[in-house]
Design a protein around this ligand. Sequence first.
Ligand code: GAL
Length: 376
Amino acid sequence: MSLAWKKSAIAMVAAGVLVGSMAACSTEREAEPESTGGAAAAEDTVVGIAMPTKSLERWNRDGAHLEGLLQDAGYETSLQYADNKVDQQITQLENMINQGADVLVIAPIDDTALAPTLQQAADADITVIAYDRLLLGTPNVDYYATFDNYGVGTMQGEFIVEALDLENAAGPFNLEPFAGSPDDNNAKFFFAGAWDVLSPYVESGKLVVPSGKQPATNDDWQSIGIQGWSSDTAQSEMENRLNSFYAGGAKVDVVLSPNDSLALGIAQALEGNGYAPGDGYPVLTGQDADQANVLNMIAGKQSMSVWKDTRALGDQVATMIEQIVAGEDVEVNDEETYDNGEKTVPTYLLQPQVITPDTVEVLVDSEFYSADDLGL
Ligand code: GAL
């Protein structure tokens, strides 16, 4: 929605009243909490929400839910999507800063690209919350709310171990691993979580990677990253691997896909190459429980997805904002993991959950989807 900043909010920001109270509760300034003379009100608080793209289902849900929550609580909001274009996101943030935002909630496209913009935000005493993806290389991020990203990868890896019964089966199984966008810090955690589970089986030879697209170490994950989490790029990469390394009749047994948008493209490539649901269809992982992927799971074209209930993340961020505005301590549960190169950002980590074709009703029971959405 368009910005209709409240004059009162702008006036308060200009007077330094509200920003003073916001600044007082950011982590660095906890030592001087009484500088403001009182908490602000939701009605006087402007929250800018910067989301990466509408092209992925989850971000639409994320944005709509958080904006709805904040508006119901009386905040002025501006929700912007940046079409996965970094420059567009920078412009949107600059507009929010210039128009008097008090809090910025940012899911960055490129984790490292926003440092100068965040300096402008800091100069305007704006509190910054990194949403789902961390903001790197800047001291000017106050809090981070996300799911346990390493845990997402662990769940994918453990699912593969169980699905192929890697402990007991003789193997070897043909594995094709993928990683997420090289500019997304989460992708590093997803890969590390999965690879820490799977690499022992690669080392023992139970899993083999016919394409050779297997990073030497966790730190080399970007070598198999799919820029922008693009389904199309994942599809053509999978097609290339199938054409180049499986032409002689070898079959893929398992594909490690870090999220659902990649899994969609990979499933397309598999189908195009003659793989049909049922026996012989590879184990294929995912993340986000996007609708198209849940439908694919029901159709036997994807084996699992790690579901991150975006409503819980929005709820947590709304709570953070409430605590910030009230001048209270902001609740976090991880102050060790998320070092952004400049500081360890106080983080609230939520727990994701595995969904399989047998458990998709969980998504309906929790009203994430209607039965109709899933053709149930
Ligand atoms: C990640 C996010 C995932 C996935 C991906 C693609 O940062 O944590 O849930 O959606 O981006 O947008």
